[in-house]
Design a protein around this ligand. Structure first.
Ligand code: LHQ
Length: 246
């Protein structure tokens, strides 16, 4: 796939999607958002990719929407046409989605990071809710994910303030899966992703699907199917055999 604003690589079962506009702190323009959507679809279809990682090139994950967008644009239409296809693709991805976050993450960049299943975060990262500072609501699915991850009152308080918080505060909010010393960040992110990619893809994807079950009864029904599929994998059979041979 020809790309201009992102970089795509696949290694050891991990599909890396790197936002690549470092001179603008990976501000999200239309090209980048559309390229990301196509890349997620491509990774989703590619059996060599078992885990997807989103990261940013340069000194930030992302500074959010590129603010050189025309200010008289219809933002509603822009969201519907450009952001929502991507946000839906992230949300409905069957594969584990990891956000590797460093530097700064702001606005809609934060929303994309919150759509991931887990967030591995470098200690010096700053989280900026940004939107209110320019008189906008949080968008790109951000409010949905904040509500899923943290207390409503704290989320609103943060969004209303527009403040920038450090990684410890973000962790206390529930937005950080693992906080890593800056010097260890890339190594840890890689080992986290590659370790997950080496596990049974059926069990890994099943676990994610079951965490999304709409109700208790749906969960029970879905686990029947998933455990049946898992029970029929070589990885499971070999592990059982190894246990019994001990
Ligand atoms: C940027 C950006 C940027 C363009 C840094 N755009 N160039 C909104 C509208 C419409 C529809 C959809 O949804 C949205 C939702 C949103 O995302 S709203 C929130 C948008 N983001 C922001 O308001 C954050 C704006 N950026 C900043 O506040 C700062 O750049 C931060 C705090 C992220 C980093 O500050 P510094 O470390 O001091 O870096 P810097 O400001 O010097 O930025 C470096 C360069 O990147 C600079 O360009 P230049 O050519 O002067 O070197 C900035 O202009 C550019 N840049 N963010 N969002």
């Amino acid at each position: 796939m020809e790309v201009e604003t992102i970089q795509l690589t696949t290694h050891n079962g991990v599909g890396w999607l790197k936002l690549n506009r470092p001179e603008k702190l990976n501000a999200l323009n239309e090209t980048l958002l559309r390229e990301m959507k196509t890349a997620i679809d491509t990774f989703e279809q590619d059996d060599a990719v078992r885990v997807i990682v989103l990261v940013g090139e340069g000194r930030a994950f992302s500074s959010g929407q590129d603010l050189t967008i025309e200010s008289d644009a219809d933002y509603g239409e822009y969201l519907e046409d450009v952001y929502h296809p991507l946000v839906r693709a992230l949300f409905s991805s069957r594969k584990p989605l990891i956000a590797g976050i460093h530097g700064v993450v702001a606005g809609a960049g934060l929303s994309l990071a919150l759509a991931a299943d887990v967030r591995i975060v470098a200690k010096s990262t700053k989280f900026s809710s940004a939107f209110i500072k320019i008189g906008l609501v949080a968008d790109a699915g951000g409010p949905y994910h904040l509500r899923r991850l943290m207390r409503d009152d704290l989320a609103l308080d943060w969004l209303w303030s527009g403040s920038t918080i450090d990684s410890e505060a973000a962790r206390s909010f529930g937005l950080v899966t693992e906080l890593v010393e800056d010097a260890m960040y890339t190594e840890r992110l890689t080992s986290y992703a590659e370790t997950l990619a080496a596990k049974s893809p059926v069990a890994v994807q099943g676990m994610k699907a079951l965490m999304r079950a709409a109700s208790f009864e749906d969960g029970l029904n879905e686990e029947i199917e998933w455990q049946r599929k898992c029970g029929d994998t070589d990885v499971h059979r070999q592990a059982m055999q190894a246990f019994l041979m001990k």
